[in-house]
Write a protein that binds this ligand. Structure first.
Ligand code: SIN
Length: 272
């Protein structure tokens, strides 16, 4: 197995593995180490059946339900993410870490590319270890004691729109979870920033108005190009990323074309 780094920060293509065959323990260890080292890894030309894809994902832990979509027939943990030729909205087109509003957010998200547009539809990734590492010592010590409330309802950045959405949703139960703003990766022991612009509502114990200026500063850091890697999909690319230390953004720049991905999420530990 060979890892080809894709940027100075994150991302590697792994070559030399056929994921339709079951991996030996040694191969799995090597792959998992590359995953921890590069945070986002991908494999080209993996023509996996749903069963093979499911089995591969199970090697990493317990598969997790996605709250907002049903799975495929017979494969409840494989969710089909589709944008059709006539749709303009797309799934995940904002910087985020998946399902941060759950008590046990997924450590891993996998996507298997079934159909991709002739161009566009790339996914961007940001290295949240690097974002954290480059903050000043003063800001790191301010963030160290903070927790944030992460909500399942999409949080608009604009305060007026937020108030409107909130009043429309009032009375509905809303899924949310409180997690540390800086989390310690349970396998690497490294620290990563863990707030995101679409799920993080506010710091615990502070109003949204008080929280926003600092949150906005942190979100700006996430978008800096030096922390990012851009994955260009091909049919049958299988990618997996570490939600504990990355964020991602699905580019919605391919109107008129169909994009179909099969997605699996693997449950993680409670963020500490
Ligand atoms: C996601 O946000 O999980 C999906 C990303 C993508 O479709 O590229």
């Amino acid at each position: 197995m060979e890892a080809i780094p894709q940027s100075n920060s994150i991302g590697a293509e792994l070559r030399g593995l056929d994921l339709t065959a079951s991996l030996s323990d040694a191969q799995f260890e090597q792959l998992n180490q590359a995953f921890l080292d590069y945070q986002v890894i991908f494999f080209r030309d993996q023509q996996l059946s749903a069963q093979q894809y499911n089995d591969f994902a199970c090697r990493f832990g317990r598969l997790k339900d996605y709250l907002f979509a049903d799975g495929l027939d017979g494969f409840p943990y494989i969710t089909e993410i589709v944008k059709t030729e006539t749709e303009t909205e797309s799934f995940g087109s904002f910087w985020h870490s998946d399902s941060a509003y759950t008590e046990l957010p997924p450590k891993i998200t996998m996507l298997h590319a079934k159909q991709i547009p002739p161009r566009g539809g790339d996914t961007l990734f940001a290295d949240m270890y690097a974002v954290y590492d480059d903050l000043s010592a003063g800001l790191k010590s301010t963030l160290a004691s903070l927790k944030a409330i992460n909500s399942a309802s999409v949080v608009p950045r604009d305060e007026d729109i937020y108030q409107e959405v909130k009043s429309k949703n009032s009375g509905q139960s809303e899924q949310f979870a409180i997690h540390p703003v800086v989390r310690l990766h349970d396998e690497t022991g490294k620290k990563a920033l863990y707030v995101n612009s679409i799920h993080t509502l506010r710091f615990d114990g502070m109003s949204r108005e008080e929280s926003l200026p600092l949150l906005e500063y942190l979100y700006q850091q996430v978008t800096r190009p030096e922390y990012s890697y851009r994955l260009q999909w091909q049919p049958h690319t299988l990618a997996m990323w570490d939600n504990r230390c990355t964020q991602h953004y699905a580019l919605n720049d391919y109107h008129g074309y169909r994009r179909v991905m099969h997605r699996i999420i693997v449950e993680g530990e409670r963020p500490l």
